[in-house]
Design a protein around this ligand. Structure first.
Ligand code: ZN
Length: 318
């Protein structure tokens, strides 16, 4: 009998499932539309039905645990709390609800923490005990690992580097405050920077031909690759602010590496090279040259499900 875990990534639009073995092989996959289930009870029933269906006819497999990555998830309490991108309001005791349907250990954490555990179990941090994963998408998520353990803190919500303030009185953030790291150093932060530069600078730019609503980090990176002056400057500015955030995180937990993941990280060396340069220039002397800035090696398309599965495997190890 071979043990597998279910890795579940709950997103605002879709929920993706996988059955995953210890080596990180995805043996079966399925997905649901999260938005089809405005009532949490119906979602839990559908979720349990999918897991049972995935396990059906696989007599050689035993479901050992369920790991879930979800926005606003609290590992300590097994809940999703005050989620802004999900229909379920208030505090949802999701792990308890699932355990009533399927009697195996169920663990939950937010997407960035799941990405960090994914990197530790299946990715580039296999031999590391101290590292940070930054997910640079619509926002900036962070999973901080210290001495082999994700930092959850007393509330279960620790590791919100995206909401550390890097520019006092700066850009408005979704959290209600101003100048948070994620309003600059994320895929959407890069777009905001480009829109600002296009209005303030007179340089020619191929980005002027793209309607503002269609501007993406990917298109900006492509323009930068063609040496478009606005795109190059916007990426450089983004890298500089991201490096401030990384420099602060480095003095806080002294990681061996910082892994960058997500839409903005796909800009590759055009982002990594200036980030490394600015981190090196700005970090406190004691830490100079101690930290590698690396791309994540977990494949982008499966990372969320693998991260959730890694969370489950990691829990079983404890
Ligand atoms: Zn914020």
């Amino acid at each position: 009998m071979k043990e597998v875990v279910a890795g579940i990534d709950i997103g605002g639009t879709n929920t993706v499932f996988g059955l995953i073995d210890k080596a990180g092989n995805i043996l079966a996959e399925h997905s649901l539309k999260t938005t089809d289930y405005p009532k949490i009870e119906n979602f839990v029933s559908a979720l349990a039905a999918v897991i049972n269906k995935l396990m059906e006819g696989k007599a050689n497999l035993k479901l050992a645990a369920i790991g879930i990555g979800a926005p606003d998830a609290n590992y300590n309490r097994g809940t999703i709390e005050l989620a802004t991108n999900l229909a379920w309001k208030g505090i949802v005791p999701l792990t308890e609800f699932i355990r009533k349907k399927i009697d195996v250990p169920v663990v939950i954490t937010n997407d960035a923490n799941a990405a960090a555990i994914g990197e530790m179990i299946f990715g580039g941090a296999k031999k590391m005990k101290d590292f940070i994963v930054l997910t640079l998408g619509t926002g900036l998520g962070s999973g901080i690992v210290v001495n082999g353990e994700v930092v959850y803190g007393s509330t279960g919500f620790a590791g919100e580097l995206g909401h550390t303030i890097v520019v006092p009185g700066g850009r408005d953030c979704g959290c209600g405050r101003q100048g948070c790291l994620e309003t600059y150093a994320s895929a959407s932060g890069l777009v905001r920077t480009v829109l600002y530069m296009l209005s303030e600078m007179s340089e020619e730019s191929i980005l002027r031909d793209i309607p503002p609503s269609e501007l993406t980090a990917k298109k900006i990176a492509e323009a930068a690759a063609q040496k478009d002056p606005i795109a190059v400057e916007a990426l450089d500015y983004t890298a500089e602010i991201l490096a401030f955030g990384i420099g602060n995180a480095i003095v806080f937990s002294s990681p061996e590496a910082v892994f960058l993941f997500g839409g903005l990280a796909q800009a590759g060396e055009m982002l990594f090279a200036p980030v490394r340069k600015y981190v090196d220039e700005n970090v406190m002397a004691l830490f100079k040259g101690t930290v590698k800035i690396l791309p994540s090696v977990v494949s982008e398309s499966n990372a969320a499900v693998l991260g959730a599965a890694a969370l489950a495997w990691n829990e079983l190890k404890k």
